[in-house]
Design a protein around this ligand. Structure first.
Ligand SMILES: [Zn+2]
Ligand SMILES: [Zn+2]
Length: 365
């Protein structure tokens, strides 16, 4: 693979990487990870001097710590071979460059194919979309929850976090990459009676009742009272943002703040990957600046409306999103606390000194 002697798999070696024998990078499973280093939607903070990184996680760990020779993610722990985080760190540090497997032409072909479907008068009859409708009808695609009023659904994902699906978005990887209806969106539309489909349901996937937890607001308050003022303020801001600003499950938070570490440690919040919330947490000027920092030659209109700019980023440079948003991550409230979030908000609101205006530097402003 590769046309010059410094290329192994999709790794073009730029400076000596002594932690690994170069031949391992040619392995098929490794080449997949080299690809995912830039296409998988995780966020990364690189510590250049220490040559380490902190990567967002969708597992039960708050985040992963990555070096050029190790990572504490499941993939690395299981295989002891470079994971997507390690390849990404190596690329960020300029040790390697990840090249396109098929060269530029096929990469563009993929883009053209998507553009063709998007331009079609009959998107749902395009072969790639018909495939997804077929998968949507399978019993494997049974939703765990359908909200008929808000027209949303929850589907089991491949990771720990389930997918949240609406009629025009989904948190799954397929939708992240293609920005076209995925199988979950088709299934949701079928369940709501908006799209024809003879779907099969796996009865075991429908929860009999909500899992009951004995965790009450007084338990939550006991925990809140152990937090310091900054931690309480951050928690209040997260709840405030979810309630009044985003109206969503997610809140975007700057990564580097000690109160966040604490809230993650006590499992009050957990890191999730919600690209839309993340991108929406920046102003247009901030996004313009960040895009130019990544590539000063990139051509785009600097006076686009924020919504259009975000859509442009998602359509044109989705692989750059982790770099653009590298100083923030999104969090959700953990299960035990989730149903108590309104009561927690009311309790925090009445604590002396708590004010959504003063701690916005932790949040998305
Ligand atoms: Zn890893
Ligand atoms: Zn989906």
């Amino acid at each position: 693979m590769g046309n010059d002697e410094n290329t192994y798999g999709r790794c073009h070696i730029l400076s000596n990487w002594t932690d690994w024998d170069y031949s391992i990078h040619c392995d098929k499973a490794q080449i997949e990870r080299q690809g995912r280093a830039f296409t998988y939607p995780f966020t990364i903070t690189v510590h250049k001097k220490k040559k380490t990184a902190t990567c967002s996680s969708t597992s039960d760990m708050p985040y992963y710590t990555t070096t050029l020779s190790s990572c504490n993610c499941h993939d690395f722990q299981e295989r002891k071979l470079p994971c997507k985080h390690i390849y990404r760190l190596a690329a960020e540090l300029g040790v390697i460059e990840i090249i396109n497997r098929h060269g530029h032409r096929n990469y563009n072909k993929e883009r053209e194919k998507l553009a063709h479907i998007k331009a079609s008068d009959d998107i749902h009859n395009e072969p790639d979309q018909l495939k997804r409708q077929k998968s949507a009808m399978s019993s494997k695609c049974t939703p765990t929850e359908i909200d008929h009023i808000n027209q949303t659904g929850i589907f089991k994902g491949s990771g720990k976090n389930p997918y949240t699906t609406t009629l025009n978005s989904c948190t799954c990887r397929d939708y992240f990459v293609r920005r076209l209806p995925c199988k979950h969106m088709y299934r949701l539309a079928m369940e709501l009676g908006l799209f024809e489909g003879d779907f099969k349901t796996n009865i075991n996937d429908i929860p009999k009742s909500q899992p009951t937890s004995n965790f009450t607001i007084s338990d939550a308050i006991k925990v809140i009272d152990t937090l310091n003022f900054d931690e309480q303020s951050l928690l209040f801001n997260i709840l405030y943002t979810m309630k009044y600003r985003n109206h969503s499950e997610y809140a975007a938070v700057y990564k580097n703040n000690p109160p966040l570490k604490k809230l993650l440690e006590i499992h009050m919040v957990e890191v999730s990957n919600d690209t839309t919330t993340l991108l929406n947490s920046y102003s247009r000027n901030e996004l313009n600046k960040k895009i130019i920092q990544l590539d000063e030659n990139i051509e785009f209109k600097k006076n686009m409306k924020l919504d259009n700019l975000i859509q442009w980023i998602m359509d044109t440079i989705p692989e750059k999103i982790p770099n653009i948003c590298n100083d923030k991550l999104t969090v959700i409230i953990c299960d035990d606390y989730y149903k108590l979030k309104h009561k927690m908000y009311l309790y925090l609101k009445d604590l002396p000194g708590i004010d959504p205006a003063i701690y916005t530097n932790f949040m998305d402003e």
